[in-house]
Design a protein around this ligand. Structure first.
Ligand code: FES
Length: 922
């Protein structure tokens, strides 16, 4: 395709002429071309994002003559003579009021959906400048967001008319605790953030991946040379034979088993087996039906039960019975305590594959810089990407540089390698730049999922309602390769008690291979599944004991000095505070539900509650973060911040912590991103570790830098620092010293003062009974929900959540609320909607995630019970926020109807079955 401005173009009968952001353009391209593609590739208006190319996600929303439209579904031929407005057209010398409102409300997290949201909102505001929440919901209903939970987006749209009262800033020493705006927020609300698909070198080869259409199949290749002979503009085909290094990667080195390109057999549907690279248009249009590959489908096992059957195919012969690994924790004498208990109940719960469904499919580019292979792509773990890619490609790590782009959601799945080694292989083999953008379908079939779980448990309590014993057993379908299966198997038994005293306990978690999709990390590493069973059993036990369900939890909740099932003595425990914070809304909600009980209609109201706890960081493994900070000669404070911000806010939070430790205002800080060439390794963005682990490293680095400055100035620890251009002012005991930074010697990075510190959480390995200190810090939370169940249809409508979370120290309340709301939205999906079925729900039309109308009002209560280890007392939050949501919903369904849901998601047919089983139908 070619683009010329109207002024420049020669008249062409094929050109489509229209206006974009007020500017006339003429595009010579097929009338069937997607407008989204024309905007992005021809006009370089990459503020318009693409999430599905099917009109399902709305990320590509633009205005057509003022009305919102999915540009991926609009053929170029239909825009002749029309006016298109993209997000680039909203700015005139600064942010529009709507964009400023998005920034002010924290309505953009990862930012990939933000341009679509903003454009949909712009069409509404043009007609209705002061919309109601219902009008905003209606107008934005076609745009999906996986991060925010929508509530802040609605608030931003409804509030856009208000005059600005300036951006929130924080005084020196008061950054921690302030609701400062996201430091990386402006490019998100303007569409200027650079995501994986937004840029590639001009002459980049386009890469296409050939994938297995079968769950399990042997394959063999034919004559590539003969096939290539027939293809114009296809440069090469690569297979596993072309991989120069060790063709096995994995996030946990002892379990590394996944090939970047499979050798026969392929073990799951979607597994990559070959790469084809060439000219973009040709590669995209390629019909692969005649590609020389022969498939021979083999028997496949898709569930953990099938995988453990005697005749099941063994995916990895060295792992008998398809058992990848198991985790185990035991304390006390569970059987004896069970036998002696006043009350004893059992239960089981099964959960499904859940797709991460981030709005940005994987994308990136690669090129050579001298003998350095550069890969620029979306990721949660640049350091890990570098190590694994180098090993696969047979390169020393120093020859691989990973530059993370903005990442349009990850939630765990972008921890694993995806396209990095594939891009790298093409560039290494050809010496040419390469570009790879996964389609939505490709993203869904090839990347990791939440583990389906099959769990059973037994719970015992004494006559007063104190839990005396718990036995938990869970099988987690980990799919074809290890990924994070060992982490899930080990983390679940530690957490399965919930945040409650459990003197006698046994927990077993197994990771079992199957030919299903690979299960990996997804917000909680198996803990959300285990909490569903434990928390629903807690509701039943409370009733059995004749106690209020909330009070039963408060009675059993951990307090400081309690010991966990692994024998760890806890400090800074906030679960009781969280539960007590719910007392008032809980009693109010129960009263409302009680009042409606007499209503004989088919709509029943229920109230549910559930708790969470979650250890921050890796389980019993080293997981250090390193942060570097320097003061440059021009007076800027440069933070080398390698903790990838995938929307959760680490760029802002870690800078806030460092600013207060250093004693300079946040406004003086400049961030350098996660580029492995310029940023020390801050580890991966997972396990709710960045605020705590990287935050602690930032606190230490800030303090070390402060100490260096104070030493140089020969002043006391109480001295106050400030910057005035290149002057560093040091005030101490009524005197002021003015350090001219431009006149002082600089290090090789141009810093006059610099510090780099590493922090690794103090944990211990677990012994054979799972005893030890798996995490240095835990976070806690409790959520309650009010909902309605339609007993004729089986539909469930959440009405309101109240969420109390203990953050130890709230670093940024605006971002914390955003995490809670986003976690609850994903929890609603886990509970009520989301079920990934390989071969059936491989797009965002058949796989449903919560849309704006599915997430009700959320009231967040932020509790501060400082942790002795965390930076300024802070704990993690990202994963915690999802864990209580699903069990709270199931408990509310049961409260409303008596129905006990044991298979998730609670789709209408399952709810109806459960209602009928409970004998409570309308
Ligand atoms: Fe909406 Fe990430 S902020 S998808």
């Amino acid at each position: 395709m070619n683009v010329v401005t109207q002024e420049q173009r020669k008249e062409s009968d094929q050109a489509t002429r229209f206006r974009v952001n007020g500017r006339p353009v003429a595009i010579e391209a097929a009338a069937s071309s997607r407008l989204s593609s024309v905007l992005r590739e021809d006009l370089q208006l990459t503020g318009t994002k693409v999430g599905c190319d099917a009109g399902d996600c709305g990320a590509c929303t633009v205005l057509l003559d003022g009305a919102q439209v999915c540009s991926c579904m609009l053929p170029l031929g239909q825009v002749e003579g029309r006016e298109i407005t993209t997000i680039e057209g909203l700015e005139s010398g600064g942010l529009s009021a709507l964009q400023a409102s998005f920034l002010r409300h924290g309505a953009a997290q990862c930012g990939i959906c933000t341009p679509g949201m903003v454009m949909a909102a712009a069409s509404l505001l043009a007609k209705t400048p002061r919309p109601s929440a219902a009008e905003a919901e209606e107008a934005l209903g076609g745009v999906l967001c996986r991060c925010t939970g929508y509530r802040k987006i609605i608030a931003a749209v409804c509030d856009a008319w208000r005059p600005q009262d300036g951006e929130a800033t924080a005084e020196s020493g008061k950054a921690v605790g302030a609701a400062v705006l996201r430091l990386d927020g402006r490019p998100k609300v303007t569409g200027r953030d650079l995501f994986g698909a937004d840029w590639a070198p001009e002459d980049a080869l386009s890469v296409r991946v050939l994938r297995s259409p079968h769950h399990h199949a042997a394959f063999s290749f034919g004559d590539f040379a003969a096939w290539l002979e027939k293809q114009a503009d296809i440069d090469l085909v690569l297979t596993a034979d072309d991989i120069p290094g060790r063709n096995a990667f994995g996030v946990i080195p002892p379990f590394a088993d996944q090939p970047a390109l499979a050798t026969s057999p392929a073990r799951f549907r979607g597994e990559a087996v070959a790469l084809i690279a060439g000219k973009a248009a040709t590669v995209e249009a390629l019909d692969l039906d005649d590609f020389p590959i022969q498939w021979e489908p083999l028997p496949a096992v898709l569930t953990s039960d099938e995988a453990q059957a005697a005749a099941a195919p063994q995916l990895h012969p060295e792992r008998p019975n398809n058992l990848l690994t198991s985790g185990y924790v035991e304390c006390g004498e569970p059987e004896t305590a069970m036998a002696a208990a006043a009350h004893r109940i059992t239960g089981s719960v099964e959960t499904s594959y859940v797709e991460h469904a981030y709005i940005e499919p994987e994308a990136g580019a690669s090129w050579m810089e001298g003998d350095i292979l550069v890969i620029q792509a979306c990721t949660q773990a640049p350091g890990m990407d570098r190590g694994d890619t180098a090993a696969l490609l047979g390169l020393p790590e120093e020859r691989v540089r990973i530059i993370p782009t903005a990442t349009g959601g990850g939630f765990g799945s972008k921890l694993d390698l995806s396209l990095q080694p594939l891009l790298g292989l093409v560039t290494l083999k050809t010496g040419r730049p390469a570009r790879l953008v996964y389609s939505r379908h490709e993203s869904m079939i090839s990347t990791t999922k939440r583990h389906p779980a099959k769990q059973k448990a037994e719970l015992a309590a004494d006559a007063e309602g104190r839990v005396t014993a718990f036995i938990f057993d869970g099988d987690f379908n980990t799919g074809a390769y290890a990924s994070w299966g060992p982490t899930v198997a080990n983390r679940v038994p530690v957490h399965a008690t919930g945040p409650y005293r459990t003197p006698n306990y046994r927990g077993i978690g197994r990771a079992i291979h199957s030919n299903g999709p690979i299960s990996g990390a997804f917000r909680g590493f198996g803990v959300p599944q285990a909490a569903i069973l434990q928390e629903t059993l807690y509701d039943e036990m409370a009733e059995r004991c004749g106690l209020d369900r909330l009070e039963f939890r408060i009675l059993n909740a951990f307090v400081d000095g309690d010991r966990t099932a692994t024998g760890q003595t806890l400090a800074g425990v906030g679960i009781r505070d969280c539960l007590e914070a719910l007392r008032e809304p809980w009693q109010d909600a129960l009263a409302v539900a009680e009042a409606q009980k007499e209503d004989a209609g088919h709509i029943k109201r229920g109230v549910g509650v559930a708790s969470c706890w979650y250890g921050c960081g890796n389980t019993s493994l080293s997981n250090p973060s390193t942060i570097k900070v320097g003061i440059a000669a021009d007076g800027s404070v440069v933070l080398h911040q390698g903790a990838v911000d995938i929307g959760q806010g680490s760029n802002t939070v870690i800078a806030q912590i460092c600013a207060d430790a250093l004693g300079l205002p946040l406004a003086d800080f400049r961030l350098l991103g996660g580029d492995t060439a310029i940023t020390p390794d801050a580890g991966k963005t997972s396990a709710s570790r960045q605020t705590y682990v990287s935050g602690k490293a930032a606190q230490l680095a800030g303090a070390a830098l402060r100490a260096a400055v104070l030493r140089h100035a020969n002043v006391s620890a109480a001295a106050a620092l400030s910057l005035d251009g290149h002057l560093l002012l040091v005030r101490d005991k009524g005197a002021e010293r003015r350090l001219d930074l431009s006149a002082l010697p600089q290090d090789e990075n141009g810093y006059v003062f610099a510090a780099m510190e590493t922090y690794d959480p103090p944990t211990t390995t677990l012994d054979e009974k799972g005893q030890g200190i798996p995490y240095a810090v835990y976070g806690y939370g409790a959520q309650m929900v009010e909902l309605e169940v339609d007993c004729r249809l089986g539909t469930v409508r959440p009405l309101r959540f109240v969420a109390a979370h203990d953050l130890g120290r709230v670093i940024n309340p605006l971002l914390a609320e955003g995490q809670i709301e986003g976690g609850i939205a994903q929890g609603i999906g886990l509970a009520l909607m989301e079920e990934y079925v390989p071969g059936r729900t491989e797009n965002l039309h058949d796989y449903l995630i919560p849309s704006i109308g599915d997430v009700p009002e959320i009231h967040s209560i932020l509790i501060e019970k400082p942790d002795p280890e965390g930076p300024f007392g802070a704990k993690g939050l990202g994963e915690h926020a999802l864990i209580p949501t699903a069990p709270a919903i199931l408990n509310a369904i049961r409260h409303a109807t008596g129905a006990r849901i044991t298979r998730l998601p609670a789709l209408p047919h399952r709810v109806l079955e459960a209602i009928q089983a409970a004998g409570a139908g309308a």
